[in-house]
Design a protein around this ligand. Sequence first.
Ligand SMILES: [Fe+2]
Ligand SMILES: [Fe+2]
Length: 191
Amino acid sequence: MQDTPTTGARADAIEFLTAQHRDVEQLWKHLEVAHRDADIELEQDLGRRIIAMLSQHDALETMILYPVLRGLDGGDFLADHALEEHREIRELLAEVDGKDLEDEREFRTLARAMDLVQGHVEEEEGTLFPALRAVGQERLYEMGDAMEKAMHVVPTHPHPSTPDSGIGAALMGTVAGVVDRARDALAHARH
Ligand SMILES: [Fe+2]
Ligand SMILES: [Fe+2]
């Protein structure tokens, strides 16, 4: 679950992130069943995997997706709004991280986070990802490659106060290069 969710073929950034959206939705569906069945061990395992995957996803989008979006017309508004939603979700996940989900209060907190995730994912897939296509297919592949590499080093727990902790300087350099090229492509497309 902590490796690339794709089938081994090279995934562009949109495919990569969309696959993670579907993976998290699946895990949550299973968790709701486990909660109903009081299968405590399974529920706990699924909760840990959901929190890890959302924490990784949060870091990938924060480092790679949203900085590129800022190169689009109106991109700052989209990125700021998305990051605000990430922050809300991250805070809820930090509250339940490591807690017993059989406790109804903790489960409700995770359910609230998943509600926010669902709305956020709809906006991303409906608005942000289509807009992102303006960078061109090759840049989308480069961003996807950077995301796949970054998956191995990004945090697997929510860090509300220090969202970039645990991300190596060398990786940040690689990511910055990819982000710069994608933003250049957007600037070029406008002229
Ligand atoms: Fe997002
Ligand atoms: Fe996302």
